[in-house]
Design a protein around this ligand. Structure first.
Ligand code: GAR
Length: 211
């Protein structure tokens, strides 16, 4: 089996990128290798994490482009040059254009810090998601890894894990619990399953093949 080239797109701190890099160092990303990290933000801490792990970093600065199309065209070109087999959105702030999503159908994976279809879609990003969860008063939240489709957070679901909301939670405390108990485990697991060709998509349903 050829090693798949994994390119991780980031916008910020990059703890999910770190989880992927750590999993790779432990030999847990089977059949794939993180070959590059692309940041939409110059100076993102995620770029330092990549450099420390010896992974090349690129910046496609969203603010330098007038439109989403121009930005995603530039991204697309970089990904083509990197020969990406799998694109992972790990705290990536921007919604990709339909042309981009078409080009990489069922080859883009996103992590979202809630149990989709709850608390997701336009405007639900990062800490905001956990603020809304606490406002609503649900007792369970969690994380979802899914394939990216043209509509935000609406693509086929690969893995989900529930995490309890506890008395006295702040958005920050809840975010940390969701990351530790769900996100940092689910994302490397989903990436490894993809790289082993164990995921198949039928409509909205993702089937996971046994080893
Ligand atoms: C993570 O919690 C990720 O799930 C979330 O942003 C955070 C990024 O943290 N993504 C979204 O909300 C996408 N809609 P990180 O940069 O430390 O990985």
């Amino acid at each position: 089996m050829n090693m798949k080239k994994i390119v991780v797109l980031v916008s910020g701190g990059g703890t999910n990128l770190q989880a992927l890099l750590d999993a790779q160092a432990r030999g847990e990303i089977i059949g794939g290798e993180i070959t590059a990290v692309v940041s939409s933000t110059p100076g993102a801490f995620a770029l330092e994490r990549a450099a420390k792990a010896g992974v090349e970093g690129h910046v496609i600065n969203r603010k330098a482009y007038e439109s989403r199309e121009a930005f995603t065209d530039a991204l697309l070109q970089t990904l083509e040059e990197l020969h990406a087999d799998l694109i992972v959105l790990a705290g990536f702030l921007y919604i990709l254009s339909p042309a981009f999503v078409d080009r990489y159908e069922n080859r883009i994976i996103n992590i979202h810090p809630a149990l989709i279809p709850s608390f997701c879609g336009d405007g639900y990003y990062g800490l905001k998601v956990h603020e809304k969860v606490l406002e609503y008063g649900v007792k369970l939240t969690g994380a979802t890894v899914h394939f990216v489709s043209a509509e935000a957070d609406a693509g086929p679901i690969i893995l989900q894990k529930a995490v309890p909301v506890e008395e006295g939670d702040t958005p920050e405390i809840l975010q940390r619990r969701v990351m530790e108990q769900a996100e940092w485990k689910l994302l490397p697991e989903a990436v490894s399953l993809f790289c082993q060709d164990r995921l198949s998509v039928e409509g909205r349903i993702v089937h996971i093949a046994e080893k």
